[in-house]
Each structure stands twice: as C-alpha cells, then as structure tokens.
Design a protein around this ligand. Structure first.
Ligand SMILES: Cc1ncc(COP(=O)(O)O)c(C=O)c1O
Length: 389
C-alpha cells in the first residue's frame, strides 16, 4: 500500500504467536507510556493538552486532509458535521441501508429526514441506488466504507454529488487503513469524513472519533459546536461537548503509527483466507475480490453464502471453534431492518452474508489458522474440496 507514511511509524516485534483480534494490545507499551506522560502532565482535557492536537495532526496527515477534529465518538463528530453544514428540519439526508444505527440517528437528531439507500453485494449502495432518493431537499449523502473495504462506487457517487453541489459524507468508522485510487487512504472524497476509534475498530481506544475535512470555515464551525471554547464563535452559538479526552488520544496515537505495519500483516493472511473460500468452499461471492486486496485494510474476508441457513450454520460453527465472525442476524443494528426508517426499495439479502475476522498472527502459524477455517467450513457442510491443502 503506498499510503501516507507517518514520520514515526511503529513496527511490531515480535508478531504474535497466537491469534490476536484486539489489535490495539499490540501497541500496549507505547500506549501506556503516553498515558503515563499525560497523567503526569496533569492535563487531561483536549483543551490545553498535547495528545489530542497530536492525534488530530497525525490523522489529517495520514488521511491527506487539511484538518482533523477529535471527538468523543464518530457519531458525535458526524452530528457536529451535519449541524455545521446547516442541516436540520426541512432537509433530507441519504444514508446506506447497511452501516450503523447511530449514523441515521445523528441525522434524525438534527431534525432532518432520513432516507435509506439500498445496498448491493459489495455491501454499499451504487450511485444508481442513491440517485432516485436525491432531490431539491437533499442536504447530504452518507456513504460507508464497510468491513475495512472502500465503497465500490465511491468515485462515481462523489462525482454525481459534486455536479449537484450536494455534500458527500464518508463514514470511515470501520475503514482505518483501507484505501482507494491506488491505495490512498479512504476519506478523501467527502466534504467531511468520519473515523471511529471505538473498541471494535481497527484503531481501538474505547470510544472516540476523528472528523476530517479541507474547509477551514467548516472546521471552525465544527470545533465551536463540538465545544472547543478557544474558537471564537461565528455567531452566538450553543456549544455542546463532544471533545475527546487526552487519555483516548494517547491510546490511539501509537495504533495510528503502527497502522501500515498492521494492515500489511493482516492482508497477507487475508489473501490466503480469500483464496481458500474462493477455491474450496460454497461461497458465491468472496470479498475482497482478486483485483482489490490492497484496498482492503485486511481485517475481514466476507462471503455471500448459498442461503441464510448456510450462513447461520457457519456462524454457529465459527462460534464453537473460536473464529471471530460477523453474520447479521435479525435485529442487528447495522441493518436498516432494525431502524425506525427502512430502505424504500429492495436491498441484497444480508442474511446470506458472513465475514471472518483476520487475526494478527505470525506468518509461520498462518497454516494453522487456515486449517481451522477449513475444518469449520467442513463442519458447516460448506467445504467443497475437503482434501485440498
Ligand atoms: C459503519 C459505522 N459507522 C459509524 C459508527 C459509529 O462510530 P462510534 O461508535 O464511534 O460513534 C460505527 C460504529 O460501530 C460503524 O460501524
């Protein structure tokens, strides 16, 4: 990946000898060191501290954007961005049918109307799904880069929205380390892009988010709304408090510095798992596909299975083997089916989808992991070439 290299990249040594899914623990030492320094400094607030500004600077640099704002969550950053864009009652915002409930919730909280665009097997909507929902009252469109892979039609969606002067908001919560356009980090197309450092994300600091953009005025408005009391208000404004704490930033910085190292490692095993599913299982579509492995952050291999039952059986087998897998069962808050507003036209049937999380693991042990994937597929009756190695 020809990503933006940070000045002080971190490398893991040694790489783990047993599967690690909570990647944040790989940089536990430099995190602890930073947290100790933050505590010793006596400055724990973003206002007056040094960790939050450093994380903001590194995030802006890494994503190739001019500015970054650290917030208490990606959802908080998104809501601040929507408000700073002047979005509220009387406006509509289009969100994808697969994402996270609080994204649509942030739109609803501004008073705007939520419109839900259906998704296809890439897990994201194409422009053709979004276009029918766009009209004179559309204030913004949110596109999510899900499961560590760039949204497949993002370039076209961005171009069509630019022609209509409608802001695009990229939801990169799950996409740290993913890239597009020759593997440049995601988050460059949108008027704003939001990233999450919540506990289950590739950079995991418990709770927190980063919002990036290139527009100085918009950033000043977002800072004001998010509660940066040092920024003069553009007019008398109710300021909230969506600030990130110094401790959160201290946890996130070493993980961002090690991001390229981690994604490089994950992608190696991810490619082998994707090949296994493609060549030896009943999976109908495997993600990432051949042409895009370097654009994924390496965190998952997704697949569409022949039926919802097959996906569910595999999910149960993964659970008993100890493999980390995601399969959206009824009520899963990633899917619009569990939200107060649903997509207005048919989406791909997400109940046939299951993805496996790729652990950080020493390459010497990759074959052991592949064997356990193979045996899990076998138990679920989804291995088509049981003897292949
Ligand atoms: C796709 C997506 N968007 C947004 C969010 C919200 O992030 P946060 O929990 O930091 O508000 C999440 C978190 O799960 C997510 O998965």
């Amino acid at each position: 990946m020809t990503s933006h290299r940070l000045e002080t990249p971190l490398h893991y040594s040694p790489v783990p000898e047993s599967p690690v899914y909570g990647y944040g623990c790989l940089t536990a030492e430099p995190q602890l060191e930073r947290v100790s320094r933050a505590i010793a400094s006596g400055r724990l607030s973003a206002i007056g501290g040094s960790q939050v500004p450093e994380l903001e600077r590194l995030t802006a640099f890494y994503t190739g954007r001019a500015y970054a704002l650290a917030t208490s969550s990606a959802t908080a950053g998104l809501e601040v961005a929507l408000r700073a864009l002047g979005i509220g009652g009387g406006w509509e915002v289009v969100v994808p049918a697969l994402g996270w409930v609080s994204v649509a919730g942030a739109v609803a909280a501004t008073g705007a109307t939520v419109r839900v665009a259906p998704i296809e097997e890439s897990l994201t909507p194409s422009w053709d799904h979004i276009a029918p929902l766009v009209g004179p009252t559309t204030a913004a469109v949110v596109v999510a880069h899900l499961r560590g892979r760039p949204a497949s039609d993002i370039a076209r969606i961005a171009a069509e929205l630019r022609n209509r002067e409608i802001p695009l908001i990229e939801d990169c919560a799950q996409a740290w380390g993913a890239g597009n356009d020759h593997s440049r980090p995601v988050g460059r197309y949108g008027k704003v892009a939001v990233f999450s450092v919540q506990a289950y994300k590739l950079i995991a600091a418990g709770e927190g988010g980063l919002t990036v953009c290139d527009d100085a005025d918009l950033m000043a408005k977002m800072r004001t709304l998010a509660g940066d009391t040092r920024v003069p208000a553009y007019r008398p404004t109710w300021r909230g408090n969506s600030r990130m704490s110094e401790i959160t930033a201290a946890l996130a910085i070493p993980q961002l510095q090690a991001l390229d190292d981690l994604t490089g490692q994950l992608r190696r095993l991810q490619r082998q798992v994707a090949d296994l599913l493609t060549e030896q299982s009943s999976a109908e579509i495997v993600l990432p596909q051949d042409r895009e492995p370097d654009d994924s952050n390496g965190m998952h291999v997704g697949a569409w299975w022949p039926s919802a039952q097959a996906a569910q059986t595999l999910w149960q087998e993964c659970y008993s083997t100890g493999l980390c897998a995601w399969h959206p069962t009824p009520g899963d808050l990633h899917s619009h089916h569990a939200w107060p507003v649903q997509a207005e036209s048919e989406s791909a049937d997400i109940s046939r989808y299951l993805d496996l999380q790729i652990p950080a693991l020493h390459p010497r042990l990759h074959h052991t992991f592949l064997d356990s994937v193979r045996s899990t597929l076998d138990k679920a009756g989804l291995l088509t070439r049981p003897d292949a190695r």
